[in-house]
Design a protein around this ligand. Structure first.
Ligand code: HEC
Length: 252
């Protein structure tokens, strides 16, 4: 009897659901979710147009993502051209000189001594501004250098720039969408998973950008994490919009 007095009963907290929200809140959430969804679609379109065909093939592919972050390190544009479309304009021995020079880092001193005469003899007829063709200018070192660099993809510095903007921005958007989505009435495990997944996805995605710079295999991780982010947001937005306007409270 006496003891019982000191035991307080916890108030039973019933979480708010969309049907508990005022019309004003519902309008606010709906407008926000629609604009956020539109922003996401716009981001997808932008992504598609900026990655599309990096590897020379139309469409967004794992190769495009890998080439963007890792680069194409198999060689330089000059070497691929010499082994490919331009092979017919040069003797094998001359080509070997140029490839060796490329492998040694394409220094200017050797260019003047060894490479310039070969290019002048074989290539400059077409590859100089005077030819009027929109092709690399091989009549001077600066021009040659542009096709003589190994392509190592986007620089670490711009990766850091883009990733901090993305981390701040996406974390805030994920928070805002998640704050609305918490009013949804769903099995607990499902709601928790869906609330966490955008955060896990964006972390994985951005970590994978850096990993892809190191090994192109992580391009798959970039794509899968991006897909998980898109899918989680799509579900959060659609479920919320549906429940805001169609889910009614049952009497029991
Ligand atoms: C008869 C004219 C002609 C000659 C000679 C010529 N090229 Fe070209 N080259 C072109 C044209 C046209 C293109 C652009 C079309 C293409 O890429 O096939 C081109 C493209 C290139 C490219 C750019 C490929 C890319 O990655 O976009 C390189 C590098 C190149 N040539 C190197 C050379 C070298 C080195 C030589 C000398 C051994 C040479 N070319 C001789 C006409 C010529």
């Amino acid at each position: 009897m006496d003891k019982k007095k000191h035991i307080e009963t916890c108030p039973v907290v019933i979480p708010r659901r969309f049907y508990d929200c005022t019309l004003n809140e519902k309008l606010l959430y709906t407008s926000f979710l629609l604009l956020a969804g539109l922003a996401y679609l716009m981001a997808l379109a932008y992504l598609y147009t900026s990655y599309n065909g990096i590897d020379g093939e139309p469409g967004l592919s794992v190769e495009d993502v890998a080439e963007n972050y890792y680069g194409n390190r198999s060689g330089t544009r000059l070497e691929s051209a010499l082994r490919g479309p331009m092979a017919g304009y040069i003797e094998t021995e001359q080509r070997n000189h140029i490839v060796e020079w490329l492998k040694s880092g394409a220094p200017e001193a050797d260019y003047t001594r060894l490479i310039k005469p070969i290019l002048a003899e074989r290539c400059v007829v077409c590859h100089s501004p005077s030819s009027g063709l929109q092709i690399p200018d091989l009549s001077n070192y600066t021009g040659v250098k542009q096709v003589a660099n190994v392509d190592t993809g986007v620089s670490l510095h711009s990766l850091m720039k883009v990733s901090h903007i993305h981390l701040f921005g996406i974390a805030l958007v994920a928070l805002a969408i998640g704050l609305v989505f918490r009013f949804a009435l769903l099995p607990t495990w499902f709601q928790y998973t869906l609330t966490l997944s955008p955060f896990v996805a964006i972390f994985t995605d951005i970590a994978a950008w850096f990993l892809t710079k190191w090994d192109p295999i992580y391009a798959y991780t970039v794509i899968i994490a991006g897909a998980v982010l898109g899918l989680s947001w799509a579900l959060q937005i659609l479920i919320s919009l549906y429940q805001i306007w169609f889910l009614r409270c049952r009497a029991d």
